[in-house]
Design a protein around this ligand. Sequence first.
Ligand SMILES: Cc1cc2nc3c(=O)[nH]c(=O)nc-3n(C[C@H](O)[C@H](O)[C@H](O)COP(=O)(O)OP(=O)(O)OC[C@H]3O[C@@H](n4cnc5c(N)ncnc54)[C@H](O)[C@@H]3O)c2cc1C
Length: 459
Amino acid sequence: MKRRVVIVGGGLAGMAAALRVLDAGDQPVLVEGRPQLGGRATSFRDPRTGELLDNCQHVVMGCCTNLLDFYDRIGVGDLIEWHPETYWANPPHEPDVMRPGPLPAPAHFSLSFARMRFLDLRSKRAIARAMLRMIRIGRAGRAGWTDRTFLEFLEETGQTPEAIDLFWRVVVVSACNLDLDEVGASFALQVFQEGFLAHRFASSMGLARVALSELYDPFEEHLRAHGGELQLSTNALAISWDGRRVTGVVTKDGVLEGAAVIAAVPFERLARLCSESLVAADPRLQKLDRMETSPILGVHLFFDATVMELPHLVLPGRDTHWFFNKGVDEQGRQHLHAVISAATDWMALDQTEILERVMRDLTWALPAARGLEPIGHRAIKEKRATFRAGAGVDRIRPPVRAGLGVENLLLAGDWCDTGWPATMEGAVRSGYLAGAEASGGVAGVPDLPVSAGGRLLGL
Ligand SMILES: Cc1cc2nc3c(=O)[nH]c(=O)nc-3n(C[C@H](O)[C@H](O)[C@H](O)COP(=O)(O)OP(=O)(O)OC[C@H]3O[C@@H](n4cnc5c(N)ncnc54)[C@H](O)[C@@H]3O)c2cc1C
């Protein structure tokens, strides 16, 4: 007998959960409030131009094994374009390039890192020292850093102000969406240990060749073809509960009954779906009001000429963290996308002020762009982009599984305690686990193996 599992939320966590429920032979019923899938990793049609734009550039890394598995399962893995190297602006010189070289991991970046010119020798030595320390403390050693900030880690390893401002800040803020003096050290350590040092493919950067929302079309087909149900534009109003078990989800059309419910919505939305008595029965729901969010700003820029040849550019020490090259159209117009993470200071700015600041950074990074004005721009503020990955947050991030809570209620979402910062990978991990818990079967897929050298050194 197929069991019905009701999943609330059609972001990556909800979609991943639905795949796992299907794998186990059960029937997922996926309920999404918006007219389309994708949640915070999606696209929208710009009403002024009709163009399909992503809410923000989303980057996948080689270490995101569960997300990549998800893409492969729905047949869109080959729509991801891979970039093993990263370009770092260093005006007035050509950008520096960080790319894996001939040495095995974890030393694969050492040759190109040694050649990078935007950092002095003292800073490079300090960075190498910190990397070695990260390797030596290993993955297990991260646990000892959950209540401390990454800045404390950097201070303990004797980093120069230049290393902090030009290197650590841009990498960590981009990956964890919080500044160094707030972000939990364990999150940043994980980024370097698993995203850079463990395996030479781990840090490769994957960018979708199509608009994000187009990645999910095959999911919809897969779900329906295998007997799953999808209800778009359907808001869950409450999780129904009989005092012992959850029984389904209330929508404006009535109750969708299920043997289990997977709540794959952001934490502040989940709080609104739970009655007081449900919250009282499940410790996972009792700290949701202590979680906070951190914003990201994405700015689409359109030029009537080619401004940037490179696929992307990191801006060390600037307010804008990245520019991505979104391509040149048939009329020769280039689309660039600027990303500013942990963008609290930008949220009160209007479109003109945002454009001025971003253009200042663009002309700093690319002197050839001086004097050029964009022919169009669009800044998208995502105020609640991710949970705030501050020191100690793991104490309040709830697990996916019930534990002492309501056994047939599973939680999913990038904010659940997966050990990952708020990422698409974290969302898929939580969804796979929730689906497997609800219906049985395998939860996640293995991480990339740690290189022999990394293992030998303790990683
Ligand atoms: C601007 C920005 C840039 C980012 N950049 C990156 C990046 O480069 N790399 C990366 O890995 N991650 C990035 N992220 C994070 C990534 O987008 C998220 O971690 C991931 O998409 C979260 O997926 P989720 O399924 O957990 O949640 P969501 O995507 O939020 O999905 C939850 C879904 O639930 C729906 N919902 C809510 N309430 C209800 C209700 N009552 N009834 C029915 N449906 C409901 C919502 O509409 C939504 O579709 C970025 C996020 C943002 C905002």
